[in-house]
Design a protein around this ligand. Structure first.
Ligand code: PMP
Length: 438
């Protein structure tokens, strides 16, 4: 435990609620003072006490190339020298929008015809939902339990009691009538999808789904699930919003959708949301999709959305540089690093006699203290989550920074070389024993 981090945490709590600007950073579920980071380079982060860790958080996903990649930092510095924000269109925004559209393409399937740039994933999903409602003239939204799409009111809805009941607020401050516009059902359960559509089908504007769930731990969609969602939604005149904020441009050049297309699971979402990697570590996110739907956005259409800093030149420069540098070789490296760590994680827990699984979706993986990889929120939360704090702190003590919650994915980057991976592998056996003893 580092005194400097403790001291900063005390100071932070006096001026910032809980000492952090986003809740999970507070180490709430693992205990202790969060590490206040001073710098990051490649696969490593360094805290305020000058301790360096191998980082498996990667800023919660964006740092696909590793932290502070010179090609990205240089692009941002160049852009900064030309001005920080204009509030007017720029040529670079066209380039980034076109890059996104070009990448989300497999064979003849090119479902992203128009792109709008925003600043956060929350804005992207909030806008996609408003757009789906405006386009269909319907109000209801279907979402899955345990899926996170940002913190806008209608998305902080918790499941009501029955399958076809309307949801309750999942946060203080969310009006019940707004939460009631969201129908929350279990993930990977097509019977519930069919039932909710059979009851409310003509009032449902859209289904929103994480392309692969990664905010309740990693829970991949069962084979055929995403494609069936598209079919069912479309049969009822509703849209499918594929949330690729976390998976987009991280697991494959064309996102999780691209991975699924290549595996033969063909389907066409109407709208996509992107964030994290697409901004290369700067505040940038996007929504994209069918031209006729996207053109319902202002100024061409009646659905309003705007942003003073939307398409910010520094963020756009970081996004373009990141996507240009994210070559197939980068994805191959990240996949290989993920396989190495996932296999070692399994071996360490197995040897320590800890009941576990290592759920995986493309290069995303994590740990679950349950014998089978969870398929739903109920299964994810039934695991022995209380084993994680001891595991997490043993890794941290050995110089490896994991996400401070068992319900988060571990993120690797193209900068995790042999040396960084060796440090992670060396730390795992003792952490597994700590989990066993918890
Ligand atoms: N959708 C998904 C799938 C996410 O993982 C997140 C953030 N973790 C969001 C939306 C919200 O993005 P942001 O935090 O940028 O608002």
């Amino acid at each position: 435990m580092s005194d400097r981090n403790d001291e900063l945490f005390d100071r932070a709590r006096a001026v910032i609620p809980g000492g952090v600007n986003s809740p999970v950073r507070a180490y709430g579920s693992v205990g202790g003072a969060p590490r206040f980071l001073a710098s990051a380079q490649g696969a490593y982060v360094t805290d305020a006490a000058d301790t360096t860790y191998v980082d498996l958080v990667a800023s919660w996903g964006p740092a696909l190339l590793g932290h502070a990649h010179p090609g990205v930092v240089g692009a941002v510095q160049d852009a900064a020298s030309r001005g920080l924000s204009f509030g007017a269109p720029t040529e670079a925004e066209i380039e980034l929008a076109a890059l996104i559209a070009e990448r989300v393409r497999v064979g003849a399937a090119a479902p992203v015809e128009r792109v709008r740039l925003v600043s956060t994933g929350t804005e992207a999903t909030m806008t996609a939902i408003r757009l789906a409602r405006g386009y269909t003239g319907r109000d209801l939204l279907v979402k899955f339990s345990g899926h996170y799409h940002g913190h806008s009111d209608g998305l902080l809805a918790a499941a009501g009691s029955g399958v076809a009941t309307l949801a309750l607020p999942g946060s203080a401050g969310v009006p019940a009538p707004i939460a009631a516009q969201t129908l929350v059902i279990d993930y990977n359960d097509l019977d519930q999808v069919r039932e909710v559509f059979s009851v409310h089908g003509d009032r449902i504007a859209a289904v929103i789904v994480e392309a692969a769930a990664a905010n309740m731990g990693v829970v991949a969609p069962l084979p055929g699930f995403n494609a069936a969602l598209a079919d069912i939604a479309h049969a009822h005149g509703a849209l499918l919003i594929l949330d690729e904020v976390l998976t987009g441009f991280r697991v494959h050049p064309a996102g999780y959708w691209g991975l699924q297309q290549e595996a033969g699971e063909r389907y066409t979402p109407d709208l996509f949301t992107f964030g994290k990697v697409v901004g290369g570590g700067m505040p940038l996110a996007a929504l994209g999709g069918r031209a006729d739907v996207m053109d319902a956005l202002a100024p061409t259409g009646p659905v309003y959305q705007a942003g003073t800093l939307s398409g910010n030149p520094l963020s756009v420069a970081a996004g373009i540089a990141t996507l240009r540098l994210a070559t197939p070789a980068v994805y191959a490296r990240v996949d290989a690093a993920a396989s190495t760590v996932a296999a070692a994680l399994h071996d360490a827990l197995e040897n320590a006699g800890v009941v576990h699984s290592v759920p995986r979706a493309g290069s995303l993986f994590g740990v679950a203290f349950a014998a089978e990889a969870p398929r739903s929120y109920a299964e994810a939360t039934a695991q022995e989550a209380w084993r994680y704090p001891a595991f997490f702190h043993a890794m941290l003590d050995a110089g490896v920074s994991l996400p401070p919650s068992v319900y988060e994915a571990w993120f690797l980057t193209a900068a995790h070389d042999e040396e960084a991976l060796a440090q992670v592998l060396a730390a795992l056996p003792a952490a597994a024993r700590a989990a066993a003893a918890a």
